[in-house]
Design a protein around this ligand. Structure first.
Ligand code: 13P
Length: 244
């Protein structure tokens, strides 16, 4: 399947950062993988304009489950679509931790994404304490079961495995550890969604850099990456895309 390089800018980027996307568009007229950038909501519409007609898709980092209403500070999936987004990340560990998001809420957000015609990028991953306790597959399995709604297809859902302890730390699981989790995710999705699961893209995220991307992408059942810090600069993200 065609791999996906997804960038999560988190709470980074202002108008001047759009130059990075312009540079990426110019450098990648025909990338060999799909490319997605998820800027903060303030940049969605401007970035969608910059990327219009290019191979780069734009997405958001979160959405509310409802289409509209009295939800101060939230944005809906419909608003993201209207701003030019095609994807939305849901259930990132920073939202699970900082905003106490539950699997049930994340599941509702993924359903909201589909309702608006967006692709949901659903994140799962264990903490260091959970890994050290030998509970990684159990935790990731529970998050998958709770967060991925019925009706997930290869077209509407991407799953991102991001070990919490690897995010922004420079620490990366061994390739065997990544392969073990991704293989388990594929098997669990297969149990629920049958053959459809074979086409669902499974991204690895956590300290992906141009220097380690190639070996990570060679691991079986790794269909791309969700990249934080190294997606902010065109030269770094371009290097990761080239590794795909
Ligand atoms: P880093 O690539 O900065 O480790 O972040 C990963 C991440 O959380 C992407 O969603």
């Amino acid at each position: 399947m065609r791999k996906l390089a997804a960038g999560n800018w988190k709470m980074n980027g202002t108008g001047s950062s759009l130059a990075e996307v312009e540079a990426l568009v110019a450098a990648l007229p025909a990338p060999s993988c799909d490319v997605l950038i998820c800027p903060p909501a303030t940049l969605l519409s401007r970035m969608a304009t910059v990327a219009d007609g290019s191979a780069i898709a734009i997405g958001a980092q979160d959405c509310h489950a409802n289409a509209s209403g009295a939800n101060t500070g939230d944005i809906s999936a419909e608003m993201i679509a209207e701003a030019g987004g095609t994807h939305v990340i849901v259930g990132h560990s920073e939202r699970r931790t900082d905003h106490a998001e539950t699997d049930a809420q994340i599941r509702a957000k993924a359903e909201a994404a589909w309702r608006a015609g967006l692709i949901a990028v659903i994140c799962v991953g264990e903490t260091l304490a959970e890994r050290e306790a030998g509970r990684t597959l159990q935790i990731v399995g529970e998050q998958l079961q709770g967060s991925v709604p019925e009706g997930a297809t290869a077209a509407n859902t991407v799953v991102a495995y991001e070990p919490v302890w690897a995010i922004g730390t420079g620490k990366v699981p061994t390739l065997d550890e990544i392969g073990e989790v991704h293989g388990d995710i594929r098997a669990r999705l297969g149990d629920r969604f049958g053959a459809e699961a074979q086409g669902m893209r499974l991204l690895y995220g956590g300290s992906v850099k141009p220097s380690n991307a190639k070996e990570i992408f060679a691991v079986s059942n790794v269909d791309g990456a969700l990249v934080g810090g190294a997606s902010l600069k065109a030269v770094d993200f371009g290097g990761i895309i080239a590794a795909l």
